[in-house]
Design a protein around this ligand. Structure first.
Ligand SMILES: C[S@@+](CC[C@H](N)C(=O)[O-])C[C@H]1O[C@@H](n2cnc3c(N)ncnc32)[C@H](O)[C@@H]1O
Length: 276
């Protein structure tokens, strides 16, 4: 099996993203009503942490392996979800978002996975064999709009692009604006990398202009000041987060910050409303 993106899997951004996805679903599932979960950029579903590239970049050492070295019970759900795809105490495989979502699926919920890259979608289909998920191989932005409003009354769209295209942020803003017009009450989660504070402020300004009222911004800054030219952290935009999730967030974010802080840095992880 070829794991194309294994070298990034299980990094600190994955730990935060996947921990918050679990917490979000748990909050939504406090109600019985069915959910439709749509993962627009699903990736491969399963990644080999022992592969040559993964070993070389060592990103898991700063992410999932730190979460496993930590004992805070608030990270138990995350660790259990990673353990579920592994057979030993130490993880050697890393589950992608499709696996985290599939593990929490109830009989009434629907899971729709989408991945455009032909090699990745083949691996994804393999990784999700036996799960009730529907797998599509379409353009994420086309599918995002086409599937809204969801067939069930409630739903979550997870948008997790690689940000390799220069127009990625513009496509997100345009598609989110159109999606919000079709599905104003839906929950949307958008992952983004953090480069520096000024660039991030500009993007938030563009999103503010959309006027979406319940728009939560989670930011995880790894270092205590901007580190030029390198990856500085990542975050999630969450449209219409459920109340129970927002209430549960502060201690979970603190647990993640403490588990993932690089040596010599405290780091910062915060959640603020886009419109105060
Ligand atoms: C960061 S990875 C997804 C990781 C996954 N969400 C997870 O958390 O495990 C991004 C994926 O998006 C796919 N991709 C890139 N552009 C796309 C597009 N326009 N439509 C659908 N998939 C796309 C890439 O092939 C890659 O597998």
């Amino acid at each position: 099996m070829n794991y194309r993106h294994s070298f990034h899997a299980g990094n600190s951004a994955d730990v935060v993203k996947h921990s918050l996805l679990i917490a979000l679903l748990r909050a939504l599932q406090q109600k019985e009503g069915a959910l439709t979960l749509i993962d627009t950029h699903a990736g491969c579903g399963l990644y080999d942490l022992g592969g040559e590239q993964a070993q070389r970049t060592g990103e898991a050492a700063h992410g999932v392996l730190r979460a496993f070295a930590d004992t805070n019970p608030l990270l138990d759900d995350y660790r259990a979800a990673v353990r579920a795809v592994n057979d030993g105490a130490e993880p050697h495989l890393y589950p992608g978002s499709p696996q985290f979502l599939a593990q929490l699926l109830r009989p009434q919920d629907l899971l729709i996975l989408n991945e455009k890259h032909p090699e990745d979608v083949a691996i994804l289909r393999d990784a999700m064999r036996g799960s009730p998920a529907a797998v599509h191989a379409r353009d994420a932005y086309e599918l995002w709009l086409a599937l809204l409003p969801t067939r069930t009354a409630r739903g979550v769209v997870v948008v997790d692009p690689p940000y390799e295209q220069t127009d990625e942020r513009d496509r997100i803003v345009a598609t989110l604006a159109a999606a919000h017009r079709k599905w104003a009450h839906g929950v949307t989660v958008i992952w983004y990398p953090l480069k520096d504070r000024a660039t991030h402020q500009q993007w938030k300004q563009k999103l503010r202009r959309l006027g979406i009222p319940k728009f939560l911004v989670v930011e995880h800054w790894l270092y205590d000041a901007d580190m030029p030219g390198i990856y500085n952290g990542a975050g999630l935009f969450i449209v219409n987060p459920p109340y129970a999730f927002v209430q549960a967030l502060p201690p979970l974010l603190e647990a993640l910050r403490a588990a993932l802080a690089p040596d010599g840095h405290r780091g910062e992880i915060r959640a603020d409303w886009l419109h105060d």
